[in-house]
Structure formats: structure tokens, C-alpha cells
Ligand binder design. Structure first.
Ligand SMILES: Cc1cc2nc3c(=O)[nH]c(=O)nc-3n(C[C@H](O)[C@H](O)[C@H](O)COP(=O)(O)OP(=O)(O)OC[C@H]3O[C@@H](n4cnc5c(N)ncnc54)[C@H](O)[C@@H]3O)c2cc1C
Length: 279
């Protein structure tokens, strides 16, 4: 196996050109599992961990600019205030070892609908900056994941940064799994309140081929909330959960039935909204 270990973005892109078909490696917590199971047999690997351009967190009043190599442990330590929903999602990922190694770029690169950062990223209208031999392009996370474990990443490109426009207001994420720790989500949700724009945004995970927005639920509850005191009638909160469940398009697999997934996502969506409203 050929392994390239570039230290900056131009040499990473050069390595990808020199080794077409090479697998990108960040924390290895998804890729190495695939290798161990024999699902992938890379002949060449471009290891990204030393690429400085993919590191670092930049917090401005308007934007969060996260290097693709940002780990869950960094998110927990550095973004608890600026991105409380993402920090909560990060705390639910795997074990401390996985959170020290696993990266946000790797979660996006895998493109699993169960990826725990994805509901929050779509609810925040986040984009990924993809860099390749012809330059960079920004793609909304909602369209970056194109199907189960499929993404818009083109050959020769890397996920460079994750760009998140900031919003004022409470946010909450919630996840249902077979147990509390070390569990892949059966259903997950991120609810974000934009108190300036007076809008609610919702991302759903594990209940469709890609992370989904629940736009009808968003419209209904945005109109129902009394934005002066962040309260909503209980019947509207229940209706919000029902509309989130209706927006889901889950499958039955070895982890859950489609019916349970749909039910669960509605329950946790209503709960996450209540957390935001009753803060
Ligand atoms: C025990 C265990 C528990 C886990 N628990 C959870 C969990 O609770 N929630 C959850 O969401 N995930 C979980 N995971 C999955 C995994 O930890 C995450 O998806 C993690 O974010 C992957 O990041 P990584 O850096 O390790 O990616 P890697 O394994 O290095 O890469 C994953 C994929 O992304 C690609 N990639 C990586 N970086 C880039 C980049 N910069 N540009 C383009 N492509 C890139 C790789 O080529 C590969 O296809 C778990 C995994 C394990 C082994």
C-alpha cells in the first residue's frame, strides 16, 4: 500500500493527482472499520491528519469556520457556547477514543444518514468547502449528501472546511439509539430557533436516505410561536412532532422498523422544540 502524508493542502491535492483512486484518511474511525471488514482494500491512502489547512476553528460573530479535521473532542471543548447543538451531538458520538480521533470531515465524507453531526449541519444551513485541482466550491450540506453513503465529492477533491452561518437563539439535538452510549442513531433531530429571523429550522437524521429538513413543520411552528416570550401552545408542539414524523422517509433494517423510526423522530422533535422554548 502506498501512503502519502502531506502537510498542506497543495501537496494533499498533488498526492491525489499522483495517486488516482487513493482513499482519504482522517481519523480512520470509519475507513479502518471498512478495511477490517474487508469492504475496502485501498492500494493507496492519502493521510490528511497533518494537513494544516484542514485544521483549526475560526469563530466570528457571523460564521463558524471549522477545519475538516476538527474532532468531536475539539467540538465539545471549544464550541459548547458558539454551537451548543453541535457540541451536544458530539458528546453522543462513540466513546472518548472515537471522539478524539473522529472528525467532522470524516462524518461528512462517510455520508451516512446516521451521521450525528448532519441533522445540525442541515438545520444550520451549513456548507462544505470542497477543494480540488481546479479550485474550491461551496456546497450546502443538504445537497452534499446525495444518498446513503454517497456524496457530491468529486475525484481529486477534499473536504477542506465546514462553514456554518451563526443564528441567535436556542438549539437542541436529540438522538434515539438502542442504548445511550456507543450507539448508531435509529432517529435523530436538530431543532434550531432563529429568534432574529423568527424562524425554526429542523434537521432529521437516520429517517431517510440523506439528512432531511422538515419544512412544513418549520413553517407551521414558526407562525405558532409567540416570539416575544418563546412559548407555543402544547397542541402546536404536538402538531410539530407529527409534521416532522410525516417528513421522514425511513426504512426498516436490522436496527429498527420504519414505523418505529417515524414515531421516534416525531417524539424527539417535539421534545427538542420544548427544550428550546422552555429554556
Ligand atoms: C466504535 C465506533 C463508534 C462510532 N459512533 C458513532 C456515533 O455515535 N455517531 C456517528 O455519527 N458516527 C459514529 N462512528 C463513525 C465515525 O466515528 C464518524 O463517522 C467519524 O466522524 C468519522 O471521522 P474520521 O475522521 O474517523 O473519518 P475516516 O474514517 O478517516 O474517513 C471516513 C470517510 O470520509 C472520507 N474523508 C475523511 N476526511 C475527508 C476529507 N477531509 N475530505 C474528503 N473525504 C474525507 C474518507 O475517505 C472516508 O471515506 C463510530 C465509529 C466507531 C468505530
Amino acid at each position: 500500500m502506498t501512503i502519502a502524508r502531506p502537510t498542506d493542502l497543495p501537496s494533499a491535492l498533488d498526492a491525489l493527482t499522483a495517486l488516482p483512486g487513493a482513499h482519504l484518511l482522517a481519523g480512520g474511525t470509519d475507513l479502518q472499520v471498512e478495511v477490517n471488514l474487508g469492504h475496502r482494500r485501498p492500494e493507496a491512502v492519502v493521510a490528511l491528519r497533518r494537513v494544516v489547512d484542514l485544521q483549526g476553528i475560526d469563530i466570528t460573530p457571523d460564521t463558524l469556520d471549522l477545519g475538516a479535521l476538527t474532532t468531536y473532542a475539539q467540538v465539545e471543548a471549544e464550541l459548547a457556547e458558539a454551537a451548543p447543538g453541535l457540541a451536544t451531538a458530539a458528546r453522543t458520538v462513540g466513546s472518548p477514543q472515537i471522539r478524539n480521533a473522529g472528525t467532522i470531515g470524516g462524518n461528512l465524507g462517510t455520508g451516512s444518514p446516521a451521521g450525528d453531526t448532519l441533522p445540525w449541519l442541515v438545520a444550520m444551513d451549513a456548507s462544505v468547502r470542497l477543494s480540488g485541482p481546479d479550485g474550491s466550491r461551496d456546497v450546502p450540506v443538504e445537497s452534499f449528501v446525495t444518498g446513503p453513503k454517497r456524496t457530491d465529492l468529486a475525484p481529486g477533491e477534499v473536504i477542506h472546511r465546514v462553514l456554518v452561518p451563526r443564528v441567535d437563539g436556542p438549539q437542541h439535538v436529540a438522538k434515539v439509539g438502542p442504548r445511550t452510549a456507543m450507539a448508531i442513531a435509529i432517529a435523530s433531530v436538530a431543532v434550531v430557533l432563529d429568534t432574529v429571523g423568527r424562524r425554526v429550522r429542523v434537521g432529521l437524521g437516520s429517517v431517510g436516505p440523506t439528512p432531511l429538513r422538515a419544512r412544513e413543520a418549520e413553517r407551521m411552528i414558526s407562525e405558532a410561536i409567540d416570539w416575544s416570550n418563546l412559548r407555543a401552545p402544547p397542541t402546536d408542539i404536538t402538531r410539530f412532532g407529527d409534521l416532522c414524523a410525516a417528513a421522514a422517509s425511513p426504512i426498516t433494517d436490522h436496527r429498527s422498523t420504519a414505523d418505529y423510526r417515524r414515531h421516534a423522530v416525531g417524539v424527539i422533535a417535539a421534545r427538542a422544540l420544548e427544550r428550546c422554548l422552555h429554556r
